[in-house]
Design a protein around this ligand. Structure first.
Ligand SMILES: NC(=O)c1ccc[n+]([C@@H]2O[C@H](COP(=O)([O-])OP(=O)(O)OC[C@H]3O[C@@H](n4cnc5c(N)ncnc54)[C@H](O)[C@@H]3O)[C@@H](O)[C@H]2O)c1
Ligand SMILES: [Zn+2]
Length: 360
């Protein structure tokens, strides 16, 4: 997204942590105070070195960490970070830098969106999922005991800086989790991308080829940025990004976050593609093609043991996208195009229809 208004920002691919990022930020933006927010896993690897590199350039910087994992994506973590920043005398002239995966991006973004009625935030994603999805688009927030992402705010990042090298320390399962969102972009918008993944592009990305990563992250960010620029606050078109997520979020809620986000989305995509065939006549082989790609990426494609279809249907009704008691799902008509119903991309689905797709 080209620079200019605060809603438009640059995504810089292939920059190096820590020095390249510190140089870029200090040159680009004359801010004097930078709060690097990260988690306990990413902090020692990339967060603390970045804060040090910023201090070496003569600006004030602190690295604030919170315990790694989805369990930390809470209001308590946000309050604690805000208190620490206030104690450190950060003010309206300060910037937040989120260094980490989607959890850090969502938490740090929400801290920035709410502290002092909003201060700017830069995203430095270090998981594949954060690079292709969560760092772009401006959604920030936390979970509550009732469900995921129930409290949040929209805050577009001012800049997104991606160092592919960070993926070399990321466990393979986490790479697979990001791949689920890439497969999603193929299904909802880009049949060519999906088909190239069905070729050998999937393996090239999983093995960390920089050329493949660079191409796939650029394409994914483009697709997401285009959708978001057409519908920043999820009034309509942006709903297509929720493909796989109505069921995926329900699985995450039932499993109390025992699965990675991308793993839950992979199962959700297979179930929702089946729903699309049963309800709106999407091709019968679509669910199988998605399942086969997900399996090649090392992602699950069926409900995990102990996760009943009943529980999923029940949890889906608590999703915040539920309106007038109906479950809504973004469903593909065919590979690369999404269905519209009454001008909406969230198609109303009855509990028994969802149940049928959960029990093939
Ligand atoms: N805001 C959005 O638009 C959006 C979109 C998609 C997902 N999300 C959210 O993102 C979250 C999932 O993000 P995630 O999958 O990145 O999980 P995550 O942030 O929990 O990261 C996964 C694990 O990898 C570790 N890690 C991160 N980078 C590393 C690196 N380079 N090397 C070694 N370890 C590293 C983390 O410490 C963590 O333990 C969910 O909370 C989801 O709701 C938000
Ligand atoms: Zn997602």
């Amino acid at each position: 997204m080209p620079g200019g208004s605060p809603r438009e920002y640059e995504i810089v691919l292939g920059i190096e942590l820590p020095n390249g990022v510190a140089d870029d930020l200090v040159r680009w933006q004359g801010a004097q105070r930078w709060a690097v927010i990260t988690d306990t896993r990413v902090g020692p690897l990339y967060g603390e070195p970045l804060a040090q590199a910023l201090r070496d350039l003569g600006v004030e910087a602190h690295c604030l960490e919170f315990p790694a994992g989805e369990q930390s994506k809470t209001r308590e973590t946000v309050a604690d970070l805000q208190d620490r920043l206030i104690d450190l005398r950060y003010g309206r002239d300060s910037w937040v830098i989120a260094v980490g995966g989607g959890v850090v991006g969502d938490v740090a973004g929400f801290v920035a969106a709410t502290l002092f009625r909003g201060i700017p935030c830069v995203q430095v994603p270090t998981t594949l999922l954060a690079m292709v999805d969560s760092s772009v688009g401006g959604k920030t927030g936390v979970d509550t005991s009732a469900g995921k992402n129930l409290v949040g705010a929209f805050l577009q990042p001012r800049r997104v800086l991606v160092d592919f090298e960070t993926l070399s320390s990321l466990p393979r399962e986490e790479i697979a989790s990001g791949m689920a969102e890439i497969i999603k972009y193929g299904v909802i918008l880009d049949a060519d991308l999906f088909e190239s993944l069905e070729g050998d592009f999937l393996e090239a990305t999983l093995t960390g080829s920089e050329a493949a990563l660079s191409r796939i992250v650029a394409r994914s960010c483009d697709l997401k940025a285009t959708v978001v620029s057409l519908d920043e606050t999820e009034g309509g078109y942006r709903q297509i990004l929720n493909f796989g997520h109505t069921v995926g979020h329900a699985i995450e809620a039932v499993q109390a976050y025992g699965l990675r986000h991308g793993e839950a989305v992979a199962i959700g995509m297979v179930v929702e593609a089946r729903l699309a065939s049963q309800k709106i006549g999407a091709p019968d082989d679509l669910a199988d093609r998605i399942a086969s790609l997900c399996a090649r990426a090392g992602l699950p494609t069926q409900l995990p043991p102990g996760c009943s279809a009943d529980a999923i249907v029940k949890a889906a009704f608590y999703d915040k996208k539920v309106r007038r008691g109906e479950i809504r799902c973004a469903l593909p008509n065919t590979l690369g195009t999404m269905s519209v119903w009454n001008g909406e991309y969230g198609i109303p689905v009855k509990a028994e229809e969802l149940m049928a797709s959960l029990l093939p």
